[in-house]
Design a protein around this ligand. Structure first.
Ligand code: MG
Length: 389
């Protein structure tokens, strides 16, 4: 890539892949990562996984797939403007949610509770597990064998205990250093994407009221500009014009603030990025406060809305029941999941079996989890035809 800042993730400075491979011919290493991610099964499943709304509730809502594409779009714009590695930013963005369970955060909470005695469950760690181990189709290695920087970006959070088991990719959680600027910017692009598209989905679904949103500065400021400029917009145009401006002001603020942080830090190489006490990619104080106001609004009015909460309860019940059923009688686990158990290096005993079941459940789409629940618990599905997957 031309035009990279000296402190960007330059592939020649990378520790590379866990299993050394020859260089690609017409692509750079991070483009190859992106291509492997797009061709993975876990990426295709994102289409049928809940972001906030269950996948089948409506065709117009964001899924984890469209969310990931929006994050990638925002991240690429920022990376290009700051002369960071756009392909790395894209790879991290497209893979950042690969480890999510069905049914969004409700699914993760349920699975984490089920896994309490067996090491817990965390979607960030699971995303890394998907690209490092669970995708099994390459001849020479397990997983996708991605570049260090892509893996580091996927691992957004990690407890010190978990970090000790993960080696170099998690060392920053022990040494208290920073990841690459590309990893930092994807994290903030994620927030920018969901804060805005959840407003859009929430309005469309009738869960949040337009008039209530006008109490939120970020929304109100852009609303006032739009209605001043255009008098006869329909509702759809009005909402879109406000939200596209909200994304824009957030992205511009993020670029401007980060650029001045980078200049002030006088960076020479990526090592200087890692040594910083705090991430250099950041929103201004004013934007951080506005963003927080919006997030608190969404938490109260959208994520905790009774209609969302009903879905959450149901999802929690489905995943917990599946986990317990498999733990109680491993013989009802499908052949593919058992084969994976044999192929991978799981721990012996209940701990390994629980991890295998968690991997199987986490990989399900929303609708697959519902069908699997029906197959196991619905007495009307007792005919042999229905028992065949
Ligand atoms: Mg995300």
């Amino acid at each position: 890539m031309d035009n990279l800042a000296p402190y960007a993730s330059i592939q020649e400075n990378s520790t590379g892949r866990r299993h050394p491979e020859g260089s690609p011919i017409y692509r750079n290493e991070y483009q190859r990562d992106r291509d492997r991610i797009i061709h993975s099964a876990a990426f295709r499943r994102l289409e049928y996984k809940t972001q906030v709304f269950v996948n089948h509730e409506g065709d117009l809502f964001r899924t984890r797939l469209t969310h990931s594409l929006e994050v990638a779009q925002i991240a690429r714009s920022i990376a290009r403007e700051l002369h960071l590695h756009e392909d790395l930013a894209e790879s991290i963005a497209l893979s950042h949610d690969l480890g999510h369970t069905p049914f969004g955060h409700a699914g993760q909470t349920a699975l984490n509770e089920c896994m309490q005695d067996y090491g817990g469950f965390e979607h960030n760690l699971q995303s890394l597990r998907v690209v490092d181990t669970l995708e099994q189709k390459y001849a020479e290695f397990l997983g996708l064998n991605l570049m260090f920087e892509t893996r580091e970006g996927i691992l957004k959070h990690c407890s010190t205990n978990n970090a000790r088991t993960l080696g170099e990719v998690a060392s920053r959680f022990i040494n208290h250093t920073q990841p690459s600027l590309e990893a930092q910017l994807v994290d903030l692009s994620d927030e920018t994407a969901y804060s805005n598209h959840d407003v859009d989905d929430g309005l469309r679904y009738g869960l949040i009221a337009f008039d209530d949103l006008l109490k939120i500065k970020l929304f109100r400021d852009q609303h006032d500009k739009v209605v001043k400029q255009y008098k006869n917009l329909n509702d759809k145009q009005l909402v879109h014009e406000i939200i596209r401006r909200m994304i824009n002001v957030m992205v511009v603020d993020l670029i401007d603030t980060s650029r001045s942080n980078i200049e002030a830090a006088d960076l020479q190489t990526i090592d200087d990025v890692r040594k910083q006490a705090r991430p250099l990619m950041a929103f201004s104080e004013d934007m951080s406060a506005q963003k927080l106001e919006l997030k608190q609004f969404l938490r109260k009015n959208l994520y905790q809305h009774y209609r969302v909460h009903r879905m959450t309860r149901k999802a929690h019940g489905i995943l917990t029941a599946l986990f317990e059923a498999f733990m109680n009688d491993i013989k009802i686990l499908p052949v593919e999941a058992l084969e994976q158990y044999q192929a991978l290096d799981y721990q012996s005993g209940d701990e390994g079996m629980a991890r295998c079941i968690a991997d199987y459940i986490a990989g399900m789409t929303d609708r697959y989890a519902i069908i699997e629940y029906e197959r196991i618990f619905n007495p009307r599905q007792l005919s042999f035809a229905n028992l065949i997957p």
